[in-house]
Ligand binder design. Structure first.
Ligand code: ATP
Length: 284
């Protein structure tokens, strides 16, 4: 039997770093939601005790470094599953882009294998398993819109933001999340975005208020390292996006657009600047 799972990309509507913890992780406050740009996973049971990953994307690891591999191994070990699995990753989410592509693949693998092997694992338990794989995986297990605290693994579901277009643009730069956090200094932050204000904006249903509250304290680090990302951000604003922000540690920059009539102009304008541009809807 073959099963399929969709693994959507996440964006951060706000991302604040409160401090660095003694365990080396950063204490964060983020509001995350999902957009309709997704990888597609195909999973098939194998009679042998093995995990095989394939993908059309030539630039991701296919061995135990792949997060889908790690998710499959975790669930097999924890639930004593003897059979194996073949997982094909049809990658659409840009890699190392701040869109949690690998985390979403891991989450989709957990959900998919729970179904394939009839394990009856609850969503809460799947999230706990996900937290062992990475800070963004628990959010990707359930999706929706959530306030994430701790190192990103403590989730409070909140209302979905008003529906709109999301234009994503990624320059051909691979940003390491660890590198960005390594260079980040909390004392240098002039103004912290507010999770409470963003949550209030979302709950008010006002698209303009959501655009006003967008903020990501990691932008300064990535934009200084890669001035072309700052230029891309400015271009997106100039082309008329209603709100613009870098997602996660970057380098993807996204623009929120309420009017469909503006989408083609912004998309085409960005294509002159950047090869990878996507215009999608929020997944709400
Ligand atoms: P995060 O913000 O969670 O670090 P990201 O969106 O910036 O994620 P990913 O696309 O998840 O970045 O890729 C980060 C690294 O993880 C890449 O260097 C890649 O080699 C590795 N990786 C492991 N598994 C996967 C996967 N299934 N898909 C994409 N990358 C993967």
């Amino acid at each position: 039997m073959k099963i399929y799972e969709k693994a959507p990309a996440k964006i951060n509507l706000m991302l604040d770093v409160l401090h660095k913890r003694p365990d080396g992780y950063h204490e964060v406050e983020m509001i995350m939601t999902m957009v309709d740009l997704a990888d597609r996973l195909e999973m098939e049971e194998l009679p042998r005790d093995t995990i095989i990953i394939s993908s059309q994307a030539g630039y991701i690891p296919l061995d135990e470094k792949n997060l889908a591999f790690q998710a499959a191994r975790l669930i097999k070990d924890r639930y004593n599953v003897r059979s194996g699995v073949y997982i094909h990753l049809d990658k659409k989410i840009p890699v190392a882009a701040g869109l949690a592509g690998g985390s979403s693949d891991a989450a989709a693998t957990l959900r998919g294998l729970n179904r394939l092997w009839n394990l009856g694992i609850s969503p809460e338990e799947l999230q706990l398993l996900g937290a062992e794989l990475g800070s963004d995986v628990p959010f990707c297990v359930t999706g929706g819109t959530a306030l994430a605290t701790g190192r990103g693994e403590k989730l409070t579901p909140i209302a979905n933001p008003p529906q709109c277009w999301v234009i994503l643009a990624k320059l051909p730069i691979n940003v390491s999340t660890a590198d960005v956090y390594g260079r980040f200094r909390v004392q240098q932050i002039q103004q912290h975005p507010s999770a409470a204000a963003m949550q209030g904006a979302i709950e008010s249903g006002s698209f303009a208020a959501v655009c006003n509250q967008l903020g990501n304290v990691l932008e300064d680090v990535t934009l200084q390292l890669y001035p072309e990302v700052a230029q891309l951000r400015e271009t997106m604003m100039r082309l008329g996006a209603d709100g613009v922000l870098m997602s996660g540690s970057g380098p993807t920059v996204f623009g929120l657009v309420s009017k469909e009539s503006k989408v083609a102009r912004i998309y085409n304008g960005l294509r002159g600047f950047c090869k990878e541009v996507y215009a999608v809807r929020m997944l709400t």
